[in-house]
Ligand binder design. Structure first.
Ligand code: KIV
Ligand code: NA
Length: 275
């Protein structure tokens, strides 16, 4: 019955009911999140969460495509947005188009996301004009960690606000359908939300944003270290630890597998059934 959400459906929610989003990297959790979310982001944070990299900088495009396909297959109604990883879009609008078109053709996702405000405005326009919906991402942009010198909160000094607000205006004018505001002072996020015509999606921003996103593994309680802005809505790490501990104990005690988990021999000629 439900057709899949598309980028304009997200834009239409500006100023309305909050937009609910999570990252998603794999099919079975995508199917669960799909029951609750408006869009699923295949974030390049998957490099850190799923593959153990220290930052998102090393993530290859092929990895985004593999996980993107899994999330599209696993979901039915949420818009699927896929992050363009570092090095695949910054060089020029045509390079960005070539790589983003590959992502869309090979995954069947509905939009891409890229990091940057004014520096990416021309690229956002180029992609949108050629059929690729773009979500922008400003404030803390983790792909620039090596320039920033760490994952640092943005806009905690008021003299930094004008430049960040200008980033938001320029990506909105360039045709972005929504913009992620990451790790920035709450009053700045509210101000940007009031100032621009497209939805703001906060992560470590403000409840005043038009929507919220978190990394799924962080909010489930699976990630070992999480930023201040993450609330633990679950304790999945502890649940996995007890389940695996119980399994290990039963294997060592030879109580697993029990008879109901084993197969009997059919027909003649096998060893006698001990029961
Ligand atoms: O990669 C990611 O998970 C993201 C979100 C946190 C916005 O870009
Ligand atoms: Na990202």
């Amino acid at each position: 019955k439900h057709r899949r959400m598309m980028a304009p459906d997200i834009t239409a929610r500006k100023g309305g009911d909050p937009i609910v989003a999570l990252t998603s990297y794999h099919a079975h959790t995508a199917a669960i999140a799909d029951n609750h979310c408006d869009f699923l982001l295949v974030g390049d944070s998957l490099g850190m969460v799923m593959h153990g990299y220290e930052s998102t900088v090393p993530v290859p495009l092929d990895l985004m495509i593999m996980h993107g396909r899994a999330v599209v297959r696993g979901s039915k109604r949420s818009l699927v947005v896929i992050d363009m990883p570092f090095g695949t879009y910054e060089e020029s609008p045509p390079v960005a188009f070539r790589n983003a078109a590959r992502v869309m053709k090979e995954t069947d996702c509905g939009a891409v996301k890229l990091e940057g405000g004014r520096r990416m405005a021309e690229t956002v326009r180029y992609l949108v004009d050629r059929g690729i919906p773009v979500m922008a991402h400003i404030g803390l942009t983790p792909q620039s960690v090596n320039v920033l010198g760490g994952f640092k909160t943005q806009g905690q000094r008021v003299d930094q606000w004008a430049a960040i607000e200008e980033d938001a205006r320029l990506v909105a004018e360039a045709g972005a359908f929504a913009v992620v505001l990451e790790a920035m002072a709450a009053p700045l996020a509210e101000r940007i939300t009031q100032a621009i015509p497209i939805p703001t999606i906060g992560i470590g921003a403000s409840p005043g944003c038009d929507g919220q996103i978190l990394v799924m593994e962080d909010m489930l309680g699976l990630s070992p270290n999480v930023p201040k802005f993450v609330k633990l809505f679950g304790a999945i790490g502890g649940a996995i630890d007890s389940a695996i501990g119980a399994y290990a104990a039963e294997v060592r005690a030879r109580t697993f597998p029990a008879p109901e988990h084993t197969y009997s021999v059919k027909g003649e000629g096998g060893p006698a059934d001990p029961a």
